[in-house]
Design a binder for this molecule. Structure first.
Ligand code: BTN
Length: 308
């Protein structure tokens, strides 16, 4: 109902009478008033006039009703510990493919390799529950598709040179704008779900604690709509998940990366390796050319470009 009321108010771009709303939606004028009150409580500025209501301002909050067609699969929370935990819970309980959990802030945001992901208000923090039908060995291709789609969306929407640092960080001018975390559950070779968590520095300022990070707001010099960015990303990523040939994803992804042909240091919990990043194989493993000329494949790790 909120979606419909907002749609009518937005379409008119002027004053809409309670009578019109109540006739269009088939509910009483008192019910309309109650919904309007609820919308006001969560941040919408809706002015009352003797002749009706006018929407003056919508908050930049990704409420489910702002995503037509996704109302029953998108969950928004003002604050959570981590969207990964909520998404895992939903996935285990059998939620549908492409369920989305979004949070305004996270108290225990998680990064890759057990790092903390600071999640101050203003950033965009979400996890997607995906249930692709594929053998586990190919599952990393899903994250590569996600980072490539996000880089493309950022380029299209803001005309910025979004690049990817292996495996899935998005950088602009060598500064990190977004990070991605994948968690999956499987049994034998049967993938139950793969959850992709994405944190995007939109209107928050991460640079105080992370000098090598920036935000879209800082880069573009203006506030950016998290709602629009999420809407665009979800639509493009869902279309890609349905249509893209996942076998080709990594080769396409290479067009966006700035890791190849550079001297890098890859750090895991176990070891650190240094060499020249010469390739990424079809399942996302980085191929390093070591000082002695040998090749080493690395499946995961933190990547540091050494020639910055
Ligand atoms: C990284 O670069 O280390 C990955 C960061 C992933 C952060 C996102 S924010 C939404 C989701 N919830 C989390 O706790 N982490 C991911």
């Amino acid at each position: 109902m909120k979606a419909q009321i907002l749609e009518l108010l937005k379409a008119e771009n002027g004053i809409v009478s309670g009578e019109t709303l109540s006739a269009a939606l088939g509910i009483s004028r008192v019910s309309i008033w109650k919904h309007i009150q609820k919308l006001r409580e969560v941040g919408y500025t809706i002015q009352s006039f003797p002749t009706g209501y006018q929407l003056k301002r919508s908050p930049d909050t990704p409420f489910p009703w702002e995503f037509p067609g996704r109302e029953s699969t998108l969950f928004y929370f003002h604050e959570v510990s981590s969207t990964m935990d909520i998404a895992k819970d939903l996935a285990r309980k059998g939620c549908p493919d492409f369920t989305i959990v979004v949070a305004g802030r996270q108290k225990k945001g998680r990064g890759r390799l057990n790092r903390v992901w600071r999640s101050a208000p203003g950033g965009l923090y979400f996890t997607l529950v995906l249930r692709p039908q594929m053998p586990i060995i190919f599952s990393s291709r899903v994250s590569f598709l996600a980072s490539m789609t996000l880089a493309r969306v950022l380029r299209e929407m803001f005309e910025i040179e979004a690049k990817i640092k292996w495996p899935n960080d998005i950088l602009v001018n060598e500064l990190k704008i977004s990070g991605m975390l994948a968690e999956m559950e499987a049994e034998a070779d049967q993938l139950h779900f793969i959850n992709i968590g994405i944190g995007i520095n939109v209107n928050n300022d991460p640079s105080l604690s992370e000098p090598k990070a920036s935000s879209l707001k800082k880069l573009l010099g203006m506030k950016i709509s998290r709602k629009d960015l999420l809407l665009q990303f979800l639509d493009e990523f869902e279309a890609q998940m349905t249509n893209a040939d996942l076998g080709n994803v990594v080769s396409e992804w290479k067009r966006y990366t700035i890791t190849l042909n550079r001297q890098v240091r890859i750090v895991t919990h176990q070891e650190a390796s240094e060499g020249i990043a010469v390739d990424v194989d079809n399942n996302g493993a980085l191929v390093l050319k070591m000082a002695d000329g040998s090749l080493k494949k690395i499946r995961y790790g933190d990547c540091f470009h050494q020639d910055e």
